[in-house]
Design a protein around this ligand. Structure first.
Ligand code: NAD
Length: 400
């Protein structure tokens, strides 16, 4: 009975939130794309009247040729190059301190979701020095203008270059959570396929499966769809089925790399208003606790959760499968093929079908974090309670 009341509350919340989402003005970043689009940073900074950017990146990207060359063209800048995967709150505070001390006037974040999110979270703290990161966790708790932000993804990807989210991990508790606010949407997204060529095949695959998960989960969250959302999801799914295997096989295929960046961007635009779902809520707990790469956790969980949704998602999955030209037949047949194709792609990419590190001892904590993230915000086809999340996590860990 309790559970039923919870679910009624969640659905009412989602109806009200969905109304708001549909009437809010949608504003994504300005996009610059194409090979060597990175060279336009100077021009953008000049146009915006910015003199001292803070560049935020990680230890691998900082050594890459494209990064070194881009920095040579900048007159003045500060550099923070120590963002690690799953950035934590300590890292974010270090970025804030450097930005303030060195009197920077904007951000240029170059890297995967981790680098972009660390900088986005720092921009939230700069806009709101009175609020801790933890206090800004959740939705619409920043609500102040953030510094100008240029996002340059080197994975395809998280879509962070066009989303309102910054995902960070509490350095003490390992709780991975998201700060969501429209002010965190970057002002510019530079989609340069040359930057993703150095991404090793396995990372290409897992980050690509992350983008697929965004598109699928956003597509299933109908109560939050804006007019443009279904098209963005369908196009992203179709492109990922087509170009991710190509980018995996031929890393220097710039056409496939560019299409993957566009797909990840479209999936990002879709989920930034339509939200993600139970796959992500569970994946964040796995990433936070065990440092399993985010895309890998999503790739393992996606077919498990879709299968668990069963009949409730047959029609939308069939729509996606037909649009991507990967299945024909009845809804139920197409949906089954769609899920099987995800498993097939995972196998081709060497992505395992389960995550070894999941431990029975952690399930209670993980399930309560997942419930906290998903409910009432995500308008998922099936609302999961703690026990349901535990069942899914057990399956993902092959614990039973
Ligand atoms: P990542 O940023 O954690 O990077 C993974 C690894 O890839 C790192 O070691 C990095 O150095 C390396 N790498 C990145 N680009 C490379 C390149 N071009 N060549 C060689 N190596 C490269 O990975 P990610 O999947 O992009 O980001 C994951 C993070 O983003 C997670 O914390 C996740 O929760 C978050 N995320 C955020 C959003 C959002 O909207 N803000 C959405 C989804 C995920």
């Amino acid at each position: 009975m309790d559970l039923k009341l919870d679910q009624i509350y969640d659905r009412l919340y989602q109806s009200a939130f969905g109304l708001g989402i549909r009437i809010l003005p949608g504003k994504g970043p300005q996009v610059v794309s194409g090979a060597h689009a990175l060279n336009c940073i100077n021009e953008i900074l000049e146009k915006e009247g910015k003199l001292h950017p803070m560049i935020v990146t990680g230890p691998r990207i900082v050594k890459s040729d494209f990064f070194v060359n881009a920095c040579k063209k900048l007159k003045e800048y500060s550099l923070f190059s120590d963002v690690r995967p799953d950035p934590d709150t300590i890292t974010v505070e270090k970025i804030v301190a450097m930005y303030t001390q060195e009197r920077c006037d904007c951000f240029v974040a170059i890297g995967g979701g981790s680098n972009m999110d660390a900088a986005k979270a720092a921009s939230a703290r700069i806009a709101r020095p009175d609020r801790s990161l933890q206090e800004m966790g959740g939705t619409l708790k920043v609500r102040r203008k953030t510094p100008l932000f240029l996002a340059v993804p080197t994975t395809a990807g998280t879509g962070s270059e066009c989303t309102v989210a910054a995902v960070i991990t509490d350095a003490e508790t390992h709780h991975k959570y998201s700060i969501n606010d429209f002010v965190l949407c970057p002002d510019y997204a530079i989609l340069d396929p040359v930057l993703t060529v150095s991404l090793p095949p396995f990372l290409t695959a897992t980050t690509g499966m992350d983008a697929l998960t965004h598109a699928v989960e956003a597509y299933l969250n109908r109560p939050y769809h804006r007019r443009e959302t279904p098209g963005q999801c369908r196009e992203a799914v179709r492109a990922i089925f087509r170009y991710l295997p190509e980018a995996f096989k031929t890393p220097d295929n710039l056409k496939a790399r560019q299409e993957m960046l566009f797909a990840s961007f479209k999936a990002g635009l879709a989920f930034t208003t339509a939200c993600v779902g139970n796959v992500h809520a569970a994946a964040h707990t796995i990433g936070g606790l065990y440092h399993v790469p985010h895309g890998l956790a999503n790739a393992v969980l996606l077919p498990i959760v879709l299968e668990d949704y069963g009949k409730k998602v047959e029609r939308p999955l069939a729509d996606l499968a037909r649009f991507a030209h990967i299945a024909a037949g009845t809804d139920s047949e197409c949906a089954a093929v769609f899920i099987q194709k995800i498993r097939d792609m995972n196998r081709t990419f060497g992505i395992p079908d389960h995550i070894e590190k999941i431990s029975e001892d952690d399930l209670d904590q993980m399930a309560s974090w997942a419930v906290q993230e998903a409910n009432p915000l995500y308008p998922v086809p099936v609302i999961y309670d703690r026990e349901h999340f535990k069942r899914i996590l057990r399956r993902a860990g092959q614990l039973s």
